[in-house]
Each structure stands twice: as structure tokens, then as C-alpha cells.
Ligand binder design. Structure first.
Ligand SMILES: C[S@@+](CC[C@H](N)C(=O)[O-])C[C@H]1O[C@@H](n2cnc3c(N)ncnc32)[C@H](O)[C@@H]1O
Length: 282
């Protein structure tokens, strides 16, 4: 059944602007997010027979990882608002038993009711216009005692991976990092008390939020890493708005490469990261 998309701005953003970037940088991002993905999976404790919903599944890597844990009766649905990302997911993971992808706005989509044992998300639930309504909708899809497990960013300033190089970009563009608000966006859930309120108002119980300091690391070259830093998040958004000359872009890149060099220890470049792991039950 086709359903109305409520989060139209996010749909446009994830289809047209950010979706193609996530597709392009997918391997690089999956490598960097591997520590926190392992942590999410260890917390979610997915069993072989579980029915699992992966919200904002993007390119489907976490959905596919769930599918590998399932045997008889287990089932996983990857749900996402972006055709761009879902088409990519489907092109990589087709005909996998016990796994399907659904294009939808998770805020209002009619998921099967009282069905899922586990709902998981890696950075896919901070983009709802009405988070309380969205989580109410998600709760309806869960079985009694089913669990929700997701990971999201804490505040911007504790995440070097997102802020590194901003001073340089500001020097060339005179633009600064946008203020973090509770509007849909990667940092909308950085305030733990607010997340608790949202989940409580949606009807969740046993809400627990763990703030975890960790790192985001890569074995990529400093050149590749600098390109990624300039290609994602608020830095990329600013650079796309100002339209600098190629010469200035190269200057920014070489200054950012120097920052990446400074972070290199042995074979790895590492960034400080801070995440919230949220668990709650129906
Ligand atoms: C930061 S990306 C994370 C993607 C994926 N979970 C991963 O870790 O690779 C956020 C994802 O949430 C999806 N998304 C945003 N708003 C959504 C909504 N209302 N319903 C379903 N998916 C949504 C986006 O399309 C995007 O794929």
C-alpha cells in the first residue's frame, strides 16, 4: 500500500543530496562506523528466529548483517525514505531469504502490527518532524516486550569526525557550523533527557541511554580521508553552498590533509567520538 510521505524535506534531502553521497562513500563510512555497529549489534542481542525492523536502513548494510544472524522463521525488514539508498541496497542484496526492503516514511507507515521482536537503527531515527508520533508508530509494530535499540550522536563538539577541518573551512568561506537544534538532523537527539521524553511520550518502557566515548578510525590514506571529511556532514553542506574556485578547494584539501597526518598513528587515522546507545521496550 502506498502511503503519504510526511517528512518531505528529509525525503528530498536523502534522495537528492545526501543519498548519493552515502552511496559514493559507503565503504569508507562502513569501515569508520564499524566499532559502533559492533556495539549496536552486541546490545541488540538478535536471535535467529527474531523478526527485526531496521529503521532508516540506508544502503542496507546493517539489514544484511541482521539477515546473516537469522535462520528458520527469522525475518528482517529494512525501511527507508530514500529511493536512492534503497535502490543501492537492493542492487547489492537481492534475493536474500528472510530479508526485504520497504520504501516508506517510518513516521506514519503502516508496518505490520505487534510483529517485530527487535527494532534497530544506526543513525536513522533523528530525522522525524514529529519524533513522538514516529516512535508511537514504531512501537505499534513491536510485539509486547520487544526491544528498540539504536545509536545516535551525542553533541557535535564531542565528535571530531564531524568537526575536524571546520576552522579551515570557516577561514575560506566565513561560514561557521550551524547551531544544533532539535529539528530533524544528525544531532537532533544529542540531549538525552529529550530523547527519554520522546520515547516515554510514545509509550516506551525501560528506557536506558548509555553515553559511550569511542573512536572512529580508518586505514585510508590521508588524501582519501580528507576527501571524505570534505564530502559529508556540515562541512560538505557549507562547501556546496559557497561554490569556491578549484584553487581554493585544493588549498582547503591540503590543509585538511595536514590535520589528518597529525591524527595518524601507525596505520590508522582516528577521531574522538561520543555516542548515545538507546534501549527501550514495549
Ligand atoms: C545517517 S543515514 C543512516 C543510514 C544507515 N542506517 C547507515 O547507518 O548506513 C540516515 C537514514 O535515515 C533515513 N531516513 C530519514 N528520515 C526517514 C524517515 N522519515 N523514514 C525512514 N527513513 C528515514 C535516510 O534516508 C537515511 O538513509
Amino acid at each position: 500500500m502506498k502511503q503519504k510521505i510526511i517528512n518531505i524535506e528529509q525525503s528530498e534531502y536523502w534522495n537528492e543530496k545526501s543519498g548519493p553521497k552515502w552511496v559514493k562513500n559507503e565503504d569508507a563510512l562502513n569501515e569508520r562506523l564499524s566499532i559502533l555497529t559492533n556495539e549496536l549489534f552486541s546490545r541488540a542481542k538478535i536471535k535467529a528466529s527474531d523478526k527485526v525492523l531496521d529503521i532508516g536502513c540506508g544502503g542496507g548494510n546493517t539489514t544484511f548483517r541482521v539477515s546473516k544472524l537469522l535462520i528458520d522463521g527469522g525475518y528482517v525488514v529494512g525501511a527507508d525514505i530514500s529511493h536512492t539508498l534503497l535502490n543501492h541496497a537492493k542492487s547489492k542484496f537481492s534475493n536474500i531469504e528472510g530479508m526485504k526492503f520497504v520504501h516508506c516514511d517510518a513516521q506514519n507507515y503502516s508496518f505490520d502490527q505487534n510483529y517485530f521482536d527487535k527494532v534497530i537503527s544506526r543513525f536513522g531515527v533523528m530525522f522525524f518532524k514529529d519524533p513522538s508520533e514516529a516512535f508511537k508508530n514504531i512501537l505499534g509494530s513491536m510485539r509486547t516486550n520487544g526491544s528498540l535499540n539504536f545509536v545516535c550522536w551525542t553533541n557535535l563538539m564531542e565528535n571530531d569526525f564531524i568537526t575536524e577541518g571546520m576552522d579551515i573551512i570557516t577561514k575560506y568561506t566565513q561560514k561557521v557550523l550551524p547551531e544544533v537544534t532539535k529539528d530533524p538532523g544528525p544531532f537532533a537527539f544529542s540531549d538525552r533527557e529529550y530523547v527519554k521524553e520522546v520515547l516515554k511520550s510514545a509509550g516506551f518502557k525501560n528506557i536506558n541511554i548509555d553515553k559511550v566515548y569511542t573512536s572512529i578510525s580508518t586505514k585510508d590514506s590521508v588524501e582519501k580521508d580528507a576527501e571524505l571529511l570534505m564530502g559529508i556532514g556540515p562541512r560538505a553542506r557549507i562547501l556546496s553552498e559557497v561554490n569556491l574556485s578549484n584553487e581554493k578547494m585544493s588549498m582547503i584539501k591540503s590543509e585538511i590533509i595536514q590535520l589528518c597526518e597529525k591524527r595518524k598513528m601507525g596505520k590508522e587515522i582516528s577521531y574522538k567520538a561520543c555516542l548515545n546507545y538507546i534501549t527501550a521496550t514495549k
